[in-house]
Design a protein. Structure first.
Length: 74
């Protein structure tokens, strides 16, 4: 291989690397929206029983309406 082609390939790879780093940063910022933040933890600690009740109610209705889907989940 020629040194100029290696240099060009190296430059292309560096540019791609920079673009991917920027994309990773953007996706990390977007992901923070869906991860457990302090407000999520506070909500679930205050409404623990309510969340459990709705989950069990959902599973109960799922068991009655679509038992195959329940097997798939498990």
């Amino acid at each position: 291989m020629d040194t100029t082609t290696l240099k060009q390939e190296n430059i292309k790879l560096k540019e791609e690397n920079i673009k991917l780093k920027i994309e990773i940063e953007e996706l990390t910022i977007k992901l923070k929206k869906y991860t457990n933040t302090e407000s999520h933890r506070k909500y679930y600690s205050e409404n623990k029983q309510k969340v459990k009740d709705t989950a069990t109610k959902y599973l109960q209705t799922l068991k009655e309406t679509n038992p195959e889907k329940l097997k798939e989940y498990r």
